[in-house]
Design a protein around this ligand. Sequence first.
Ligand code: IPE
Ligand code: IPE
Ligand code: MG
Length: 209
Amino acid sequence: MHIAIIMDGNGRWAEKQGLPRTMGHRAGVLAVEECVRAAANLNVTDLTLYAFSTENWKRPRPEISALFRLFNGYFKNKALELKKEGVFVRFIGRRDRLSKAVLKTMYEVETLTQSGDRLILNIGIDYGGRDEIVRTTNKLIDGVIRRKILPSDIDEDLFFKYTDLGFNRPNPDLIIRTGGDRRLSNFMLWHAAYSEIEFSDTLWPDFTH
Ligand code: IPE
Ligand code: IPE
Ligand code: MG
């Protein structure tokens, strides 16, 4: 069972209480922790969380910095615990616009946890579905140019394998979006073809039990 979540509503959660938006992102991280724990204890084999979209670069610089500080801190502090829980963390999205510090943390977490076989946790950072489709197309073209792929080999299965998600994992069975908006916001455009979609009005930091 693969569940994918568009974690939306952190900013509004904070604003409702007269707090700065970054406090909402901080509360959002706590909800992530709870969500990962719940998934690992349920029948979920794959969990994909949308943390930062290719469009989120349009946000004010201080908010972007605060978000990346939170990602970095979360993965630095939690890497060992995630490993112990059998969680394999992988990152989906672009890698060419992130800071060296964030890339280093991502690499360390991916290598440390790669033996995890209880839950695959995909984190979308600088992820956009359209961008992924374009990058995948370019990888395939590169393979053809290097004569590793025949143009006639390119079909849906091969395309899937070259997407960020593709190493023999299932497509999302269920996509959940919190925060009340009913759109995909560029999330998993290729993989969502047959996913059930559930929209919740609950703001992400409140999406706990
Ligand atoms: C989602 O919460 C988190 C990220 C995009 C990183 P928002 O920051 O979009 O919260 P709202 O939608 O403004 O309430
Ligand atoms: C979607 O939330 C992206 C993430 C949860 C990372 P946004 O709040 O950025 O979505 P839009 O752009 O407003 O639709
Ligand atoms: Mg939002």
